[in-house]
Write a protein that binds this ligand. Sequence first.
Ligand code: FAD
Length: 405
Amino acid sequence: MSGIVIVGAGQAGFQLCASLRQAGFTGALTIVGEEPALPYSRPPLSKAYLAGEAARDALALRPVAFYAEHDVTALTSERVTSIDRAERLVRLQSGGIIAYDHLVLATGARNRPLLVPGANLPGVLQLRTIADADALMAEMGRARSVAIVGAGFIGLEFAAVCAAMGISVTVLEGAGRVLSRSVSAPMAAAIEVAHVSAGVIFVYDAVVSAVTGAARADGVATSDGRRFPADLVLVGIGVLPNGELATDAGLAVSSGIDVDAFLATSDPSISAIGDCVNVPSPFADGARVRIESVQNAVDGARCLAARLTGKPAPYAAVPWFWSDQGPLKLQIAGLGTPHNLAVVRGEPASGAFSTFCYRGGRLVGVESLNRAADHMIARRLLQSGASLAPEQAADPAFNLKALAL
Ligand code: FAD
């Protein structure tokens, strides 16, 4: 019995180990990760860890002892370079070979590179790993100004940490507002206001054409001829799924590794979970989605562990996400973008409100800013499919909690 082999020692891979053992799986279990660290939590990298408020040890998802106690062989600094589906084995860059009965791809995603002149200069950084965060922190210690390319979650979280440290921050965004692919216009507006009041400068419709500087970056240029000086440049323009292993092995891969509703790839002996998968979702009317969140990594792993231990069920957990940006606690339930109606509940000017997003007359997502109770209710509403009319959502006197019970 060769057991289960997991490629990728991140959030999803770790959770699968834990859930398999919890579900009573007694076979051999091996997790292979290319990073030097055992599985750790990435969210603090752009929040408490970056701000110097969380120690490195606190990032570990479990202490080292967990792996021995649960009879998990955890290999670090080992990259899987190919899959031999006929022989059911994976090859490691170090020359090793590991046989599997079932293979799980939990390879995550990597940062999308900025493809402009100067993007490889020292002083241009991205953020995905502990190593990236450590490099950024070293640079932040001496930077007086930063230019951030991309007003997505990573860019905005980084902006909040820098602004709180007194570093001057300019965010250059190609779209016309922050978080254009992730939240509704009213929510984006409120988030922008909060960052601006902390001193952050936004430049929209900005097409970054170059990173300037000779020996190291000293700013960013845009295609309309403007230049934004900066001691440090952070690129936060999204991620690319790590699907190459799957592609090379002849598995179906589109925008991520294609899996069915049970998280199986086009080879029944290989499954995939986490940021790397492209999965049909009941929350997107059955369309395939690739979700980058802790919830998706954790719930996908739990769903797969259940199938591999004899309790198959389709993956149908409500998607949810959070982002902390200084004093802003944003929580999102469901897949609310795109939507054709966004209804505000509460008062945006107060800094605490929710936006209820409708598509085709149906509630599909709820964004809550500093309103955790709304978020918890929204998750229950979306899971149960209870109907909530837009007028009810907007009415502060309407008892949402009662509907969600
Ligand atoms: P990962 O955690 O990326 O793990 C995949 C691992 O596989 C990596 O270590 C990779 O190096 C390894 N790997 C890839 N290919 C190979 C190979 N061939 N051989 C060996 N190893 C390989 N989500 C939220 O919900 N809320 C947040 O606030 C939030 N904040 C975030 C902040 C930051 C800075 C980042 C980077 C992410 C954040 N996320 C957040 C997203 C969340 O961390 C990811 O969705 C989650 O980590 C995905 O887990 P995963 O296991 O699929 O991938």
